[in-house]
Design a protein around this ligand. Sequence first.
Ligand SMILES: NC(=O)C1=CN([C@@H]2O[C@H](COP(=O)(O)OP(=O)(O)OC[C@H]3O[C@@H](n4cnc5c(N)ncnc54)[C@H](OP(=O)(O)O)[C@@H]3O)[C@@H](O)[C@H]2O)C=CC1
Ligand SMILES: O=C(O)[C@@H]1CCC=N1
Length: 275
Amino acid sequence: MTEVKRPVVAVFGAGKIGEALLSGLLHGGRSTDELVFTERSAARAAQLTADHGIPSADVADAAERADVLVVAVKPQDIEPLLDELAPVVGPGKLVVSLCAGLPTALFERRLPEGVPVVRVMPNTPMLVNEAMSAISAGAHAGPEHLATVEELMGVVGKVVRVPEAQQDAVTALSGSGPAYFFYLVEAMIDAGILLGIPRAVAQDLIVQSAVGAATMLAQGGDHPVTLREAVTSPAGTTIMAIRELERHGVRAALIDAIEAARDRSRELGAAHDQG
Ligand SMILES: NC(=O)C1=CN([C@@H]2O[C@H](COP(=O)(O)OP(=O)(O)OC[C@H]3O[C@@H](n4cnc5c(N)ncnc54)[C@H](OP(=O)(O)O)[C@@H]3O)[C@@H](O)[C@H]2O)C=CC1
Ligand SMILES: O=C(O)[C@@H]1CCC=N1
C-alpha cells in the first residue's frame, strides 16, 4: 500500500491562534517533525518548543521545510512578514491566512505569481477541538488546495466553505463569536452575585447551562426559538426576563455589535489596499 505523505505545516506567528492550531494538530495525531513555527520573540519560541516539542525556525527555513505555510500574525503585523516571505515562498507551496480582514488578493499581490492562497477564519474553541473555521479560495487556489485546508482545519473542529466576500461577516459572527458568549456568561455570573449566590456556584450554574444549551442547539436540530419557547412558561419567570432583555434592546445591541465587528474586519483589509 502506498503511504500518503502528509503536508508539513509551518505556522508564522505562534500567538494565541497559532499555538492553538499547533497544539490541536499535535493532539490530532500530527508528529512534531511535521510541524514548525516562527516567532518574533526568541523567549516565546523557546517556551513553545519546551511546551509542545515543536521546533522553531526562521522564516526562510520554515518556508522551505513546509508544504503549507499558515500565516497567523495580527493583521497590523502582516507587511514585514510578507516582505520576509516573498523571496522564500517557492513553487508548490500553499499559503493559508488566518488573519482577520486581509483579502487573499493582498497575499497574491505580494507573493510570487501564482501562489495559491486560502483564507481561513477559525476561532479559539480550536483549543478544545471545537473550532468553527470558514475557508475561501483565492484566485490561484483550486479544489485540491481547499481539500488540504479542509483536512487540516478539520483536525481541530468543523469547517465550512464560504465565498470570500462573506469572510468579514463570518469573522464578526464566528471568529469573534466566542467572545460574545464569554461576555454573556460573565454578565450572568454578575447577576448571580447580585442575587447572593457565591461566585463559584454561580459560575457552575451558568457554565453548565451554557454547555447544556449549546449541546441542544448542536445536536437537537431544533430552531433556537423553539428551544427558548420550551423554557418560557405562561406567566412564569423566563418571560419576565425576556421582557427586560427586549426592553433594554439586547437583540438590537447584538445585531449592531456584529455589524461593527464586520465593519472593523473590512477596515483591517482596506488598510492594506495600497500595500
Ligand atoms: N484570537 C482569535 O480569537 C482569532 C484570531 N484570528 C487571527 O489570527 C491572527 C493571530 O491572532 P492572535 O493569535 O490572537 O494574535 P497574537 O498576537 O496572540 O499572535 C500573533 C503572534 O505572531 C507573532 N508575530 C508577529 N509578527 C511576526 C513575524 N513577523 N514573525 C513571526 N512571528 C510574528 C507575535 O509576536 P509578538 O507578540 O512579539 O508581537 C505573536 O506571538 C490574527 O490575524 C487574527 O485576526 C483569527 C480568528 C480568531
Ligand atoms: O478580534 C480580532 O480581531 C480577532 C479576529 C476574530 C477574533 N479575534
